[in-house]
Design a protein. Structure first.
Length: 511
C-alpha cells in the first residue's frame, strides 16, 4: 500500500520538477503548476475569491498553492494505488492532470503551442517512472527461491524511488531558480528603452532591397534581416541571463587605468546606429550564416580611448558572462570603422539569444573574432600571449571576412520555363564593399549582373540578372569582386581554419 502510494507521489513529483525545469527554458508562463494556479485565480467565481480573501486574507495565494498541493498529493497517492503492471491506470490519472496543466498553460496570455511542451514531456516521464516503479514492486526478488517468492526486491524499489525523488527535487529547484532569473531578465528587457542615436544610420534606399519596390524579386533575401530570422551561433547550452543592473564591463590588462563600467556609465558615450552584416566563419559556400541588422550602441574605440590603451597591446580579449572568449585586433577596433558595443538590434533591445544586454559588432570580421555576446570583460593583451576560444580549437587567430556571393533565386529544384528568368542573390565583403557581381552559365564567359544600390561597405549587396534560359539542365555560378577590385577566391576550401572559399553554383532544369 505505502510503497505504491510512494511511487505515485514520486511520479507526480517528477512531473512537477521536470515541468519546472523544462518551463524555465521556454518561458516563465510554461510552468504547469503555476499556470494552473494563475488560471484558477483568473477563473475563480467571485464568491470563491471573496471566500478565499475573507478566510485567508493576504495569505490567499499561499493558501491556493497549499490547496492545490493537497489535491495533487491525493491524486498522486491514488495514481500509485491504481497503477498495475501493463495496466497504467495511475499513468492515465497523471495524464488527466497533465491535460489540466496543458489547458492552463495554453490559456496564459500570449502563450503559443510550444508552451505545452514542458508539461507533455514531464507527464510522459512521470508515467514511465510510475510504470517502471510498479513493475519493480511486482517483480519477485531475484534468486529468492520458492520460500521467499512473496517477498519483493525492496532495496531495489527504494533505490528507484530515491533516485526518482532526487531527480524531482533537483529539477524542481533548478527550474525555480532559472525560471525566476528568466522572469527578471525579461522584465528588465521589457523596461529597456533603446537609446536615441545621436549619429543615426542612413535610411535604406529602396534600390538596396530586392524584396521591395516595383522591381521586387519573389524569393529574394530581405536586405535587413529580422531579429526572428537572424542566424544564431554560440556555445551556450542555456542562454545567459543578465540584467542591465547586473551588467558590468571590466576593462583591464595593458591599459593606463583599469575601469569597470556600469550600465549607467554607458550614457556618457555617444549613441551610434549602423547597419552591419554579420557572418559566421563556419558558413559553407552558399550557406545562410549571415545576417544584416541595424545595431544601436557605443563606439568601442571611444570606450578604449577613455581607458587608455598601451601602445604594445594588439589584442582586445573579450569574455562573455558564460566564459566564451574572442580575440579582436585592437588596430581594427580603432581604425575608424564602426566597431560597436551594441545594445539594440533593429530598434529593439537585443534578443536574449543575440546577447542581451550588450554585445560587440565589428564590421569586416567573422563573429568568432569580433561579435562577443553577453560581453562583460575586456582585457587588453597581445596575440603572442593570449588565445581565444576558437583559436584554442584550431581556428585562425585573425578572421577577416572573405568575399562571398550566393544565388538565392531560383530556389533549388524550382521549375523554370524557357525564356527570360530572373536570377538574384546577395554578396558580401564587409568593410571592403562589393564592386560588382558576375555570373556564368555552364562554364561560359563571366557576365556582369545588375547590382542593387550599395548601402555601405559594411553591409551585403544584392544583385539580379535576367537570364534568357534555354531548355535543358544548366549550371549557374556566381562570383563577386570586392570594392578594392579583388576577385573572390574560386578555389574550394572548407571553413576551417579561416573561412570557406569557392564559388556557389546552382544547377537548374529548364522545361
Ligand atoms: N558569448 C558568445 N558570443 C559569441 C559566440 C559564442 O559562442 N558565445 N559566438 C560567436 C560567433 S562564432 C558568431 S558567428 C556570432 C553570431 O552572432 P549571432 O548569434 O547574434 O548571429 O556570435 C559570436 N559571439
Ligand atoms: Mo561564427
Amino acid at each position: 500500500m505505502l510503497s505504491r502510494a510512494g511511487a505515485g507521489v514520486v511520479a507526480a513529483g517528477l512531473v512537477l520538477g521536470l515541468g519546472e525545469l523544462l518551463a524555465a527554458t521556454t518561458g516563465p508562463d510554461a510552468s504547469p503548476y503555476f499556470a494552473v494556479g494563475a488560471t484558477t485565480v483568473d477563473r475563480a467565481p467571485a464568491w470563491a475569491r471573496e471566500f478565499a480573501i475573507g478566510t485567508f486574507g493576504t495569505a490567499d495565494k499561499p493558501a491556493l498553492f497549499v490547496g492545490m498541493s493537497v489535491l495533487l498529493a491525493t491524486c498522486a497517492v491514488v495514481a500509485g494505488l491504481i497503477e498495475r503492471p501493463r495496466r497504467p491506470y495511475g499513468g492515465a490519472l497523471l495524464a488527466a492532470l497533465g491535460a489540466v496543466g496543458v489547458y492552463a498553460v495554453l490559456n496564459r496570455p500570449g502563450a503559443t503551442a510550444s508552451a505545452a511542451v514542458p508539461t507533455v514531456i514531464a507527464v510522459v516521464a512521470g508515467m514511465l517512472f510510475l510504470q517502471f516503479a510498479i513493475r519493480v514492486l511486482w517483480t519477485p526478488r531475484r534468486g529468492g527461491g520458492p520460500s521467499s517468492s512473496s517477498g519483493i526486491d525492496r532495496r531495489r524499489f527504494l533505490a528507484v524511488l530515491g533516485a526518482g525523488a532526487a531527480v524531482a527535487v533537483a529539477a524542481g529547484a533548478a527550474g525555480r531558480y532559472l525560471g525566476d532569473r528568466l522572469a527578471q531578465v525579461l522584465e528588465d528587457r521589457s523596461r529597456f528603452r533603446v537609446p536615441l542615436a545621436a549619429d543615426a544610420a542612413p535610411v535604406v534606399p529602396s534600390g538596396s532591397d530586392l524584396t521591395t519596390g516595383p522591381r521586387a524579386v519573389p524569393g529574394a533575401t530581405s536586405f535587413v534581416t529580422t531579429n526572428r530570422d537572424f542566424y544564431r551561433i554560440d556555445t551556450a547550452l542555456q542562454v545567459p541571463r543578465l540584467t542591465t543592473a547586473d551588467w558590468r564591463l571590466r576593462v583591464h590588462g595593458m591599459v593606463d587605468g583599469e575601469t569597470t563600467l556600469t550600465w549607467d556609465d554607458l550614457a556618457g558615450f555617444e549613441v551610434v546606429e549602423r547597419l552591419v552584416t554579420l557572418t559566421c566563419v563556419s558558413n559553407e559556400i552558399g550557406g545562410d550564416l549571415a545576417g544584416n541588422a541595424r545595431w544601436t550602441g557605443y563606439r568601442m574605440s571611444e570606450i578604449l580611448d577613455r581607458v587608455g590603451v598601451r601602445p604594445d597591446a594588439d589584442m582586445l580579449l573579450s569574455t562573455s558572462v558564460d566564459g566564451f572568449t574572442v580575440g579582436t585586433p585592437v588596430a581594427v577596433v580603432r581604425d575608424g570603422r564602426d566597431a560597436l558595443l551594441a545594445v539594440a538590434m533593429n530598434g529593439e533591445p537585443l534578443p536574449l539569444e543575440h546577447g542581451y544586454p550588450a554585445r560587440q559588432v565589428v564590421p569586416g570580421l567573422y563573429g568568432y573574432v569580433s561579435a562577443t555576446k553577453w560581453v562583460v570583460d575586456w582585457e587588453l593583451t597581445r596575440f603572442d600571449r593570449a588565445q581565444a576560444y576558437w583559436t584554442q580549437r584550431g581556428w585562425a587567430p585573425q578572421g577577416p571576412i572573405r568575399t562571398a556571393s550566393r544565388i538565392d533565386v531560383p530556389a533549388p529544384f524550382a521549375r523554370i520555363t524557357a525564356g527570360p528568368v530572373v536570377v538574384a542573390g546577395t554578396a558580401w565583403a564587409q568593410h571592403r564593399g562589393i564592386g560588382r557581381v558576375e555570373i556564368r552559365v555552364d562554364g561560359g564567359p563571366w557576365q556582369e549582373t545588375e547590382p542593387a544600390t550599395e548601402y555601405s561597405a559594411d553591409t551585403w549587396r544584392q544583385w539580379r540578372w535576367v537570364w534568357d534560359a534555354s531548355p535543358g539542365e544548366h549550371r549557374l555560378e556566381v562570383r563577386a569582386v570586392d570594392g578594392t577590385g579583388a576577385v573572390q577566391d574560386e578555389q574550394r576550401r572548407p571553413p576551417v581554419p579561416d573561412g570557406a572559399t569557392g564559388l556557389h553554383s546552382r544547377t537548374v532544369t529548364v522545361g
